[in-house]
Design a binder for this molecule. Sequence first.
Ligand SMILES: Cc1ncc(COP(=O)(O)O)c(C=O)c1O
Length: 440
Amino acid sequence: MTSSIRGLDNFWLPFTANRMFKKSPRLITGAKGMFYYTSQGQEVLDATSGLWCVNAGHGRLEIRDAVASQMESLDYAPSFLQLSHPLAFELAHQISELSPKGLSKIFFTNSGSDAVDTALKIALAYHQKNGEPQRSRFVGRSRSYHGVNFGGMSVGGIQNNQEAFSSSLLHGVCHMRHTHNLKKQQFSRGQPEWGAEIADDLKNLIGMYGAKTIAAVIIEPIAGSTGLLVPPLGYLERLLNIARENGILVIFDEVITGFGRLGVAFAAQYFNLSPDMIVMGKGITNASIPMGAVAVKDEIYETVVSESPIYSPEFFHGYTYSAHPSACAAALAALKIYSDENLFFRSSEMSKYFEDGIHSLKKAPIVVDIRNLGMLGAIELREVNDYIGCIALEVHYRCFSKGLLVRHTGNSITISPPLIASYQDIDQIIDTLDLVLHSF
Ligand SMILES: Cc1ncc(COP(=O)(O)O)c(C=O)c1O
């Protein structure tokens, strides 16, 4: 098997244990609906939506057709030359309609990581134009993931990233505590009751550094990649109030929570909150073509574009492929599927069944916690040192051999099925996990 893959030694896989992978490579060669198909002919139920991104399920022909037809008529339009193309405006309009009221300016990027760094730069540009250039500090949160660019890594709270690149991270970033407390929140269904007061960490940082040095606070409304940390009841509201009272912009990183995970377009709407910017990616094109975006409050845009000479770019930032025509076509087709199939609503309807299913796994002795909200779930496992890597990786492998793809992250297994999942699909996910978790 190993020797038959040409290029096995050439491809440096991202965020992967390369040597382990190359000893026993697993290749996916097809996907349709809820399933992946491997080169060995195995059918695998995708309980991760790829990587939290294939929200409408795999192999959507509507997206294929939209991209093919776009490539035929216009493959690329240079966006740095005072030029653009019609789909970019249509997509910006549709995303602004999906976003909370007042966030109607859309900046396109190539990925979630690019969107995070774009939002940080917009925050700096806003304060400079708004007469407060000294507001240059960012506040992030422990156990948050904001992608892999230097800005995102700096505000992110993942120890491995921080350690690996510590000498080159942004200066002046500080972090709040994360909101998870196993003792006080164990097996909470939905939002835990304890922990709103952790939002006061922002107050403490203001006390330490002065509000007028802080440009923005960035958080994932639900931290995804570090094992699904659901915000305690009242936490987000309290955090936003503190930020507002102190002139600090609030950026929600909704790369995971965007496009229906919580039964609405964005988590901001689920929590009935209006941040100043929303960072998005992944589900924007149903993962078919790389794309990210930032939805920005009108007032921020107006301030940033004001007072520059009419011939000069107001914001020195952008990507060769910002609003790439194929990505725009893919995104418009994805948004149409979400709407035609009422997938956000479906996600909200299915979430109770999903919650009951995942919490039924509590009986397995290796489970120490279960967390969920919307169509997002995590199972935290007891530390066991008998396996290469960690126990969650072993669970991932055992599930895969039984035809189920789940994600392992730290000691947790995360689940985020495509929003097209049926009751039967949810049953299959839970039954397989039940079997595997009881095999330890
Ligand atoms: C919350 C969050 N922000 C940003 C990113 C980075 O997105 P990308 O991998 O598309 O650069 C991710 C990726 O998982 C994410 O989960």
